[in-house]
Design a protein around this ligand. Structure first.
Ligand code: KG4
Ligand code: ZN
Length: 370
């Protein structure tokens, strides 16, 4: 049985073909980073329009890579929650159209659960029951995952998501978008103890996260550095700024504005990036292991874009070894949004969980979805 999975929850248009034995026959991801870079974050209207332009070419390319045609597809899975409403709709409508035309079942995918399932796909064996930590641009959440169809919400961010904080702090430091990889690169030469940034809620019993205080603390530190000694170097710390490559000529022909020169010296940027990254990592690692203790579980699965961060991976690994916890962190290509993780739909299909054509999108988080 071949399942076509679609993913358009945010700013990646992705499709994959997986079999009921969880073999990946093809996977294609069209990133929109170039379109959103100059805004320093995802612009929902631009994202949904780009999905409209890309979803069919991405499906075609995926089928071509798999050596299949639509008539070889037995079911279509689509991420319909959570995400940006306009973006979700594009994937859902494409999936429904194929299901109607081909008279095949439609399967709903919860994007957060799929991020955890990326660990299952990489491990090639069962990883449940486990604690699931999802750290992405829109979410920082902990789940008790009793099985692939049984997720119970344990805690999440009360303000910014971890990835969102990376993106916003990168903008403050005049680093390129998306912020996570830029901060990671800048932090490589910095001192993680140069600034004592707050670790909100770390010592409290709750399994929630908060990153807005950390973001504000970085802002104050940046202002202080820019005001004293760092100013006047004229150094441009921003990465390359390219012409956006959209099919819409209005967007295609518009150039990015020239990057503003950073008032910070490179040493300050490196130290601020390293100290910020360490504070985020402390909170994520700390809470993940509290969740394991609280649920009495021995397996931790971590997914989402921020899970690509090498410092986070190192720290999780060290802590897992110390506490003899089995750790699964999704491989980098499966951390950021992709459709391979939509293979969680195979589990739903097996359980007979198929949807009618009235399936809707749910942009907000459905906490205890099964
Ligand atoms: O999971 P994802 O692709 O999209 C959402 O579902 O949100 O995550 C994107 C987020 C962005 O905020 C990006 O800055 C962050 O993941 N990210 C990273 C790294 N790579 C991507 N954050 C920290 N370190 C990285 N290496
Ligand atoms: Zn995601």
């Amino acid at each position: 049985m071949n399942l076509l999975a679609l993913e358009t929850t945010c700013d990646e248009t992705a499709a994959a073909v997986v079999t009921d034995r969880l073999e990946v026959l093809a996977s294609v991801v069209a990133s929109q980073d170039d379109l959103h870079r100059r805004f320093g974050g995802v612009v929902p209207e631009i994202a949904s329009r780009a999905h409209v332009e890309r979803v069919l070419p991405v499906i075609d390319e995926t089928l071509r890579k798999a050596g299949l045609t639509l008539s070889d597809i037995d079911a279509v899975a689509v991420a319909n929650t959570p995400g940006l409403a306009g973006s979700l709709l594009v994937g859902l409508v494409a999936a429904k159209a194929i299901c109607v035309a081909r008279r095949i079942p439609l399967v709903a995918v919860n994007h957060l659960q799929a991020h955890i399932y990326a660990c299952r796909m990489a491990a090639r064996r069962d990883v449940f029951p486990c604690v699931g930590l999802i750290v992405s641009g829109g979410h920082s959440s902990l789940y008790r995952c009793r099985g692939p169809l049984d997720f119970q919400f344990l805690g999440g961010t009360i303000d910014d998501a971890a990835g969102e904080a990376f993106d916003k702090v990168a903008a403050m430091l005049h680093l390129d978008y998306p912020g996570g990889p830029s901060i990671e690169r800048a932090a490589a030469g910095g001192n993680p103890r140069a600034y004592a940034f707050p670790r909100a809620l770390l010592r409290e019993g709750r399994l929630d996260f908060s990153f807005s205080g950390l973001k504000t603390a970085v802002r104050y530190a940046v202002e202080k550095e820019a005001g004293g000694g760092g100013r006047g170097t004229g150094l441009v710390v921003s990465g390359q700024w390219s012409v956006v490559s959209d099919q819409n000529p209005e967007i295609r022909n518009r150039k990015h504005p020239a990057p503003r020169p950073s008032p910070l010296v490179p040493r300050s940027v490196a130290d601020l990036a390293a100290s910020f990254q360490e504070a985020v990592v402390d909170c994520l690692v700390g809470k993940a292991f509290v969740a394991l203790e609280r649920t009495d579980m021995r397996i931790l699965c971590v997914g989402g874009g921020v899970a690509a961060n090498r410092r986070l991976r190192e720290r999780l690994q060290a802590e897992a070894e110390r506490r003899q916890v089995e750790l699964h962190v999704a491989p980098t290509r499966l951390c950021t949004d992709n459709a391979v993780m939509g293979a969680i739909a195979v589990e739903r299909l097996r359980a007979g969980l198929v949807e009618g054509l009235d399936l809707d999108v749910f942009p907000g988080v459905v906490r205890n979805a099964g």
